[in-house]
Design a binder for this molecule. Sequence first.
Ligand code: GLY
Ligand code: MN
Ligand code: MN
Length: 491
Amino acid sequence: MPKRTRTLLLAAASMLAVAHLVSAGPLQDDLKARRARAMEKLGADSVAVFWSAPARVYSNDVDYEYRQDSNLLYLTGIDQEETTLVLMPGNRTKREILFVREADARREHWNGHSLTPAEAGAASGIETVLTASQFEPFVAAVLSGQAAPALGQRDEAHAFFDALEQGRAKLALLLEPQRTLSDPSGPNRQFAARMRDRFFGFEIRDAAPILGELRQIKSPYEQEILRRSVAISSDAHKAGMRAAAPGKWEYEVEAAIEEVYLRSGAMSWGYPSIVGSGPNATILHYQKSARQMHDGELLLVDAAGNYQGLTGDITRTYPINGHFTDTQRDIYQIVFAAQEAGIKAAKAGAHVQDIQNACDDVLRAGLVKLGLVIEPTGTQFKIWATHGVTHWIGYDVHDVGARTASLAPGMSFTIEPGIYIREQALADLPKTPENAAFIEKVRPLVERYKNIGVRIEDSFLLTDRGLENLSAGVPRTADDVERFLAANGSR
Ligand code: GLY
Ligand code: MN
Ligand code: MN
């Protein structure tokens, strides 16, 4: 059984041991509420279909560890392939219909037990659970206005059938984004095209904005899971700090971090660990972890585990020998002050752009003061501060949800300013007289600060009580970082 399925399946199995069809519990209650909210937004004239993620090949006959589609996980809690959810919000009683794969003794001997319909029903709180082979006949019946056996009387789906007859029904799917006209259609778009060819009376609706809006607000249940997820990741960062020392390798720090995920019951990483020492600290998504660390260098660690589907996002940057040099501290203090400004701006009613602006003002002023930037206004400082400072977190580390939404309780996001001094950045500037003058002026400073990369990133949750830093347990001020390193590890 893949590691990531353990927790959900163990929970389901333990319920089954008590009573065969118990479908109650805080997770099931939350799942039901999520589906109810989705159905409210979809409306009575809709049928919506959500698929599980396919297995993905690692090489030859070996797959990657299975990763469920985030939307299906959000709506069902089921972490199993070949699972499909149909929502029919206008139905009289059977508004949720789940399809799971058939039992297969040989496959289960090799790969482990598959959820039976009864088990999937208990795990998800969905009462109508059918097998995968019943999906096509079900959809064909529903889209042609006929009672599907699983729904019983035709009257069960009267709202959808009325809408179909009147040509105002909707088939809601998670349509894959298409950037250009030549982008190939993904599986949902292909399904939409096939259905449009064969059936009438409905239009296709993209369900992605609805799911984005719902997932953007974490329920109290999800907030608890996210707190636990980030607490595990915080412990993992501290384990990484203990493991770092001159002469050690980046992969040793990565191993110390990921060990904490696994022994804490997290399913896996939420994104591949970034453990970059020396010049690697200036590579935003460095993932090789293959370099030996040296005295006098910084180590940038960006890592978080996936606990029961939810992922935080934490970065700490620290001196491998336990003490910041003056130049490292100069950059660190600017990034720290920028993050503090971002934290102050992150209030209910504000927008992510307010957080970005607050961080930018501090980054710009700090870099001007050091002499690495000469324009006191404008975007020249983005040569060194190259990425956005906030994104939503949740089922995906870069979670769904509109960036234009105003901040509200239940939203979770990062604040993560960074400065990366790469000599190459100067060579990459367009060849203009202004840039030539800029390069001439800042070159000595770049020489002094080159290869320093600092990002400080925490995972936040906005609640009725204000902003909660879920990763506050990981030392963050330069002094706290040094104190922690002095008290821990083999430096
Ligand atoms: N870990 C990726 C990011 O910070 O956005
Ligand atoms: Mn991030
Ligand atoms: Mn990160």
